[in-house]
Design a protein around this ligand. Structure first.
Ligand code: FAD
Length: 389
């Protein structure tokens, strides 16, 4: 009889914790177990890429410990515990913690597994020394290693790469960014907006190497010798790799839960397997895998109601993304990838760029604002179409 069993949430990132908080608003008594591979500290992941300029240490980024969260949520939180298998017929999860293995039975299971960094294919004896900063523990490692370092190379000129470049240059690092596309933030912005971000960061001291990739990383002295495909040699103290993330789908895949890019769910956040749900970076909700905070907040609200007995579909309204390149802020609501249409600038000068993306028949599909033009966000957001129809 699963009805008496707990709700189990796997993952204590923003998605897992936000869901638990929302659930407790509707249901104070159902037993709740949360399982996480990490220490279960509650923190806001977006703050990782502004921590240096704000002089915040990894410890200061922790808002609550797992123990405090357990108390607030009236939940049992199992830390340093990895779910290695799910038996969806028996409604059990297998948990590996150190050398011990245990099993728990669930009534409902929620996967909030997040995403993991993609590793750049790079040669050389220091290839394994690039830092991938995707959670607080990664940040702790980089923070320790960055002490005394003066220069850094960031692989990837997308959202995360530009944010780290912006952060490090403002705390005195010499920063290089390598990006294969001919513009930074190329998946999010039209060329003039990208150019404004690039110019502003360059003026602050960031060196951009566009249209090329990293060929090799090799130890040299106390630092790393970087060779780019275009022949450029750069010597830096540390390397950060930020070429993108991919949803964690392996666990679900191994257990017969259908996945595409993310774990497939409908608008109720239900997977195709009974009593198993997913949200956050790991989920592909009605065709949308969006690795941002706003979609997971909307998902957590809806799923909490569903789990508390009122089936509630999630709706993704327009959700503009703020890129925290604080030297040149960006707000963008890009059209879905591969959409036919064109960018039209309403402003493009040395202080700000504003543009709308429209389809061939004039339908507004997205917008982009950079620099001072970010002040127009209300006007542009009001007109932006919802992500879900
Ligand atoms: P995570 O926070 O990754 O949590 C995953 C959890 O699952 C962890 O607790 C992990 O231990 C656990 N886990 C995974 N596998 C297992 C397993 N097998 N067993 C047990 N536990 C497991 N978004 C924005 O909207 N705005 C921003 O400004 C922004 N800035 C960002 C800056 C940076 C540097 C980064 C990296 C991301 C940023 N994002 C931003 C994205 C946003 O932070 C993420 O979308 C969000 O934090 C994802 O939360 P999550 O709970 O889905 O995943």
């Amino acid at each position: 009889d699963y009805a008496r069993k707990p709700i189990i949430i796997v993952g204590t990132g923003l998605a897992g914790y936000q869901l638990a908080k929302e659930l407790r608003k509707h249901d104070a008594s159902t037993p709740l177990i949360m399982i996480t591979a990490d220490d279960g500290n509650s923190y806001s992941k977006p703050q990782l890429s502004t921590a240096f300029q704000k002089r915040r240490s990894p410890e200061q980024l922790v808002s609550y410990s797992a123990r405090e969260m357990a108390e607030t949520l009236q939940a049992n939180i199992l830390t340093f515990s990895k779910v290695s298998a799910i038996d969806t017929d028996a409604h059990t999860v297998t948990i590996d913690s150190g050398r011990q293995q245990s099993h728990l039975t669930y009534n409902k299971l929620v996967l909030a597994l997040g995403s993991e960094p993609i590793h750049a294919p790079v040669a050389g004896n220091a290839a394994g020394c690039a830092f991938h900063i995707n959670d607080l523990q990664d940040f702790q490692r980089f923070y320790t290693a960055a002490s005394g370092a003066k220069s850094a190379l960031v692989i990837g000129g997308g959202l995360i790469g530009c944010e780290y470049a912006n952060d490090l240059v403002q705390s005195g690092f010499e920063v290089h960014v390598v990006e294969p596309q001919s513009q930074v933030l190329g998946n999010l912005l039209p060329p003039d907006a990208s150019a404004l971000v690039q110019t502003t960061l360059s003026q602050a001291g960031v060196s951009f190497h566009l249209g090329t990739t990293v060929k090799s990383l090799d130890h040299r002295g106390s630092g790393i010798q970087v060779v780019l495909e275009n022949g450029t040699h750069i010597q830096v103290d540390r390397v950060i790799s930020a070429i993108g993330v991919r949803p964690r789908v392996e666990l679900a895949q191994q257990c017969g839960i259908p996945c595409n890019r993310g774990i497939l769910t409908d608008r109720l956040l239900a997977t195709e397997v009974e009593d198993v749900y997913a949200l956050g970076d790991c989920a592909e909700v009605d065709g949308h895998n969006l690795c941002y905070v706003a979609p997971l907040l909307a998902s957590a609200q809806a799923l909490a109601r569903t789990l508390a007995g009122t089936p509630t579909p999630v709706f993704y309204d327009s959700m503009p993304v703020n890129v925290k390149t604080t030297l040149c802020p960006v707000i963008t609501s890009p059209p879905p990838r591969g959409t036919e249409g064109d960018w039209h600038y309403t402003r493009a000068d040395s202080q700000g760029v504003a543009a709308r993306f429209t389809s061939p028949n004039g339908e507004l599909l997205g917008f982009a604002l950079a620099g001072e033009a970010c002040q127009q966000v209300t006007e542009f957001s009001e007109q932006a179409p919802p992500i879900m129809q």
